[in-house]
Structures are given as structure tokens and as C-alpha cells.
Design a protein around this ligand. Structure first.
Ligand SMILES: [Zn+2]
Length: 320
């Protein structure tokens, strides 16, 4: 059972996906579905004795093509739609015990090519409006498989957070003729106190307006709107900046830091000259032994309370 149900108060879609309750939940290492299928071993998602990087459709998808007709009728205020789209899994390596931070630079550079290829392929599929590349890492984030992997959701609509960002960016562009990301990055670079690393192509910054402790945004200086627009040398630089960031996170508290890594890109339909590609990281820890929970004010009101100062977080990440 899977469909989109309209939330008329927020003007957004909710995906119901009850089959996901059945998904594999913290299996023992010998039964990892993302490992290669070893000779005489149990069959995993990847029917090969080894692999470099593997991409396949999620066996427990929230969005599917072709999608089933909704199993329920909507209400007059709450229409339903079939949950059309694509959910893919990307295994970064066949090494079950590795994390992103353990990958070699050449492997991450290869990964950026895979992301780019998947973005381009999914963006031309009928009915797809937004391609979201992301990684959920760590038990604290709710990850059910520890094998190093990321995901891609190809949505049949522009989800509400990027939709709101695009709206803000469009207004800024109409008022100034410039992209908000370019202006904001320049302001951060002039101020300097929240910059973690300023590279030639990309910069890593704890934004002035950080909502999460140790939140980092990786922003390009080349005006690219998506992975699809990037040159090979830019993908190489992006790989280096991503690897540098996740390694800093691991050194910060001396353990493998959980995080959400989210890539924001231009919607795949229409022209959006005002938007920019960016990667945002949200680690859930505010100290080495304290988690930041999204409680009443965050979850119900959508207003974040950050218990840390972005300037201090940036300093600690610079030094890590
Ligand atoms: Zn595995």
C-alpha cells in the first residue's frame, strides 16, 4: 500500500508506504543485503561476487514506477495520487565495515560520477520533478543497514523545503539580479569566522543561520545548479571537499559521526537561473555524548533552537 495523500493545511504531500514496515532491520553482518553475494553465501541485492560501486532500485521503495493505483479514495479536501517516482540505493563500496570517511579520494571521485549519471538519467524520466541525492548515516539517524550506502529519491513533485528555498532565491534574484547563494557565500567568506575550508571551487561553511549543531554547507563558486552541469574537475573538487568534511566530523568527537547528507539541486523541469547546487550536512550530536532531538518547537512549530554557536562550531571543525 503506497500513495500520496494531500495535507491541505501545509499544502504538501505525505507518502504512505506501509510495506516499508517489513524492511530489513539491523541484520547480522553475515546477512547484509548490500554486500556482494559470496560464493555459496545467501543471495544479497547484488548478485555478484564483488563490486566497486553498485546502484539498484530500493526493494522497499516509497515511490515506484509504474506505481499502483491508490488503494483508498481521497476526501474532497485531501486528494490522493499514486506514488510515482524512483527510489535507488547506491553502495559506495563492497567493504561492509567502511564508512564514507574511509573511502579513498579516487573512490569518492568515482562516486560523484555515479551521482551525476543517476541525476541525468532520472531527470529525464516522465513525471519526475526533483531528484534528491542523500545519505542517512548511523543508528542515531534511524539507518537500518550499516553497510556504507546512500540513496536517491526521484520525486513527482518539488518537495516543500527546496520549494521554499527556490521561492526565496527567486525573489532575491528578481530584486538584485544575483543568486542568493553567491551573495551569501561572499558574505561568509568576507566575515570568515564560520568558514571551515575555502577551496578554489567549493567552500565548506557553518552557516550564520545554522539550525543544527555542527551543520555544514558545501557551496560551489562556479554557479552550477546541479551535478549535471559540473565539469569533471569540479566533481573532483567536490569529492575532495566532501571527504574532508566527513573526516573532520570523525575527528571532532573521536568516533564515526552520524549525519544526514542532503544535496539540493535545481528542479529538473523549467529554468531556474537563481538556484545553486549545495550539499548540507546535519549531524545529530551537539556534544560527544548528547544528541540533538527535534522536539516540540522544531517538529511542531518548524522553528529550530540551536544550542551551539555557529562560529564556535566552525572553529572546532577548522581545528579538527
Ligand atoms: Zn554489507
Amino acid at each position: 500500500m503506497s500513495e500520496l495523500r494531500y495535507h491541505p493545511f501545509l499544502g504538501t504531500w505525505v507518502i504512505t508506504a506501509t510495506h516499508r514496515q517489513e524492511r530489513t532491520f539491523h541484520p547480522p553482518d553475515d546477512f547484509c543485503p548490500l554486500c556482494p553475494t559470496r560464493p555459496f553465501g545467501f543471495p544479497t541485492e547484488i548478485p555478484e561476487p564483488d563490486y566497486d560501486i553498485a546502484v539498484f532500485e530500493n526493494r522497499f521503495p516509497s515511490l515506484t514506477t509504474p506505481s499502483a493505483e491508490p488503494a483508498i479514495e481521497g476526501l474532497p479536501l485531501c486528494p490522493v495520487l499514486s506514488s510515482q517516482g524512483v527510489c535507488e540505493v547506491i553502495c559506495y563500496t563492497s567493504d561492509h565495515r567502511a564508512t564514507f570517511a574511509d573511502l579513498s579520494l579516487s573512490q569518492v571521485r568515482k562516486l560523484t560520477r555515479v551521482w551525476r549519471e543517476r541525476f541525468i538519467d532520472l531527470s529525464v524520466r516522465p513525471g519526475i520533478e526533483y531528484v534528491f541525492v542523500f545519505e542517512n548515516k548511523g543508528r542515531e539517524i534511524g539507518v537500518t543497514l550499516s553497510h556504507p550506502h546512500g540513496q536517491i529519491y526521484a520525486f513527482p513533485f518539488v518537495p516543500p523545503v527546496p520549494a521554499r528555498m527556490l521561492d526565496q532565491e527567486r525573489r532575491h534574484f528578481e530584486a538584485t539580479g544575483r543568486a542568493m547563494t553567491d551573495d551569501w557565500l561572499n558574505q561568509e567568506l568576507v566575515s570568515g569566522s564560520r568558514v571551515v575550508v575555502a577551496g578554489e571551487t567549493f567552500a565548506a561553511v557553518v552557516p550564520f543561520f545554522a539550525r543544527y549543531p555542527f551543520e555544514v554547507h558545501i557551496v560551489g563558486r562556479m554557479g552550477r545548479r546541479s551535478l549535471g552541469e559540473m565539469e569533471p574537475s569540479e566533481l573532483d573538487d567536490l569529492a575532495e571537499m566532501l571527504l574532508d568534511t566527513v573526516r573532520r566530523y570523525d575527528r571532532l568527537f573521536g568516533f564515526s559521526m552520524p549525519y544526514i547528507m542532503a544535496m539540493f539541486q535545481s528542479p529538473v523541469a523549467g529554468d531556474h537561473p537563481y538556484t545553486r547546487f549545495r550539499v548540507e550536512f546535519y549531524p545529530p550530536f551537539r556534544t560527544a555524548d548528547k544528541l540533538k532531538y527535534l522536539a516540540g518547537v522544531e517538529s511542531a512549530m518548524g522553528t529550530f533552537i540551536n544550542d551551539t554557536l555557529p562560529e564556535d562550531s566552525a572553529k572546532r571543525l577548522r581545528e579538527a
